[in-house]
Design a protein around this ligand. Structure first.
Ligand code: ADP
Length: 441
């Protein structure tokens, strides 16, 4: 270990000579001048020189309380207010230690992470995780940067990364002060994204594999035992068609989702009238509604209702919400679609599009998770309805892009209401009465 010099109270001769060189040279020159011009005798000059040289070469560190000091008294850059301010201002948790591992400075984030940290005490006493302790010990011993990952369990689980960086700070006298900077980085958000990505790939593959397995199973059957059975062929081809449609729909939904995510940061600017969009989607879903024996009731204002939006995405949103009402709330016999504008003068008001059904509704424990990708209350029911589990996730992403929000209310047994809320168009953005608003781009 290179934690301290062999005799911590003694500065090496080479260092002392280097630091005192100017004093010695100046003294020698002054005394020589005095001998030549001032009548000072050589022995007197020699005595004076020896006295000054003796004082200049005293090992300074003898009267310093911290033995592990590389440089002259008053020349410890790590202890300056500038360094303290730098450590204090670091965005991540940061602790600066001296070469022996004693705490010099730490910031607020570090004290939250390790409340036992104290100035001038060894950091090892204040750090809980064995990974941190090992990395710190290695950095002190080897003077090489070290990294460690660990899970901080208090107050909640956080995945942390520690970076230990040995530093050599230059001093005013050309020397250097060795110290160690520890910075802690919270990797939890990154880790969550990574987990979500892995879950997503697993879910998507599973969802694709299921219809694919059904398709290849039926192909085998049609090539084998059912080769000459016309009735079975007809039935199997129908099922195969449904499975292929499901796969296509899943791929469509995945592509839509990634498109919306890619443009999430670009808020649509074009003003769109939502009224014709609602009519278009309701007309398109009439066949499904009559198949399910559900009446769609539409309550729309007479005047246009404008939002800053992307009409293609708004159509997808409407399709998903109304179709869900028809599929999952069919037993209620009706679906009510209501579009409302904020009251005049309500600058912070929202345009609200509510889709209400009177079906079985949704139990409260499912509500917060409905917009997660592939989340379904009843997987079998969703599949039977041709669902992909991506519809509400797409709705949420479309609303995020439009700076809107989705409200879900449900009383089990009485149906569910999904309300898409959009920021109302500002007066200046609204097209004048005669101006035509594009319903479809
Ligand atoms: P899916 O493709 O399965 O319909 P969604 O993301 O659109 O996927 O919906 C997720 C789940 O939410 C559905 O599987 C269903 O269980 C539930 N759900 C959505 N809308 C309704 C509704 N109106 N009534 C009851 N349950 C619903």
């Amino acid at each position: 270990m290179t934690m301290a010099s062999p005799n911590p109270g003694f500065t090496p001769w080479s260092d002392r000579l280097r630091r005192s060189a100017i004093i010695l040279i100046a003294t020698a020159l002054g005394l020589a001048a005095s001998v030549v011009f001032g009548g000072l005798t050589l022995p007197q000059a020699g005595m004076i020189f020896l006295a000054i040289a003796g004082a200049a070469l005293v090992p300074w560190n003898l009267h310093q309380s911290v033995p592990a000091n590389d440089d002259m008294i008053g020349a410890r850059p790590a202890e300056t207010p500038v360094v303290q301010a730098l450590v204090g201002g670091m965005p991540d948790a940061a602790v600066l230690l001296d070469r022996a591992g004693r705490v010099l400075h730490f910031n607020v984030a570090a004290s939250q992470l390790a409340p036992a940290l104290r100035k001038n005490e060894l950091a090892l006493f204040a750090l809980r995780s064995p990974e941190i302790i090992a990395a710190l010990r290695d950095a002190i011993a080897t003077r090489q940067p070290q990294r460690a990952s660990y899970v901080d369990r208090v107050p909640i689980d956080r995945w942390m990364e520690l970076i230990v960086t040995p530093l050599s700070l230059p001093t005013a006298f050309g020397g250097s002060e060795y110290c160690i900077l520890m910075t802690f980085h919270d990797q939890t958000p990154l880790r969550r994204v990574e987990e979500m990505r892995a879950d997503f790939v697993a879910n998507a593959s599973h969802e694709l594999r299921t219809p694919l397995a059904a398709l290849s199973g039926f192909i085998d059957t049609l090539q084998g035992p059912a080769r000459d059975d016309a009735k079975a062929r007809e039935r199997f081809l129908g099922i195969m068609h449904a499975q292929a449609t499901r796969m296509a729909r899943l791929i469509d939904d995945l592509l839509s989702l990634s498109r919306v995510e890619l443009s999430a940061h670009v808020r649509p600017e074009k003003m769109v009238d939502v009224v014709p969009l609602v009519r278009q989607v309701v007309d398109g879903l009439e066949p499904l509604a009559s198949e399910r024996q559900v009446a769609i009731e539409v309550e729309l204002p007479d005047a246009p209702v404008n939002v800053a939006g992307d009409s293609e995405e708004l159509l997808r949103l409407l399709e998903n919400l109304i179709e869900n009402g028809l599929k999952y709330g069919a037993s209620g016999g009706r679906v009510v679609v209501t579009l409302s504008e904020p009251a005049p003068g309500d600058a912070a008001g929202e345009v609200r599009l509510a889709v209400r059904d009177f079906g079985p509704g949704i139990a409260p424990e499912h509500l917060p998770r409905l917009t997660e990708r592939f989340y379904r209350v009843d997987v079998g029911d969703s599949r039977a309805q041709g669902g992909t589990g991506l519809g509400l996730s797409l709705v949420k992403h479309i609303l995020n892009r439009h700076r809107g929000r989705l409200l879900i209310e449900s009383v089990p047994g009485q149906g569910a209401t999904f309300t898409a809320c959009f920021p109302a168009a500002k007066a200046a953005e609204k097209p004048s009465a005669g101006e035509k608003v594009a319903a479809k781009e």
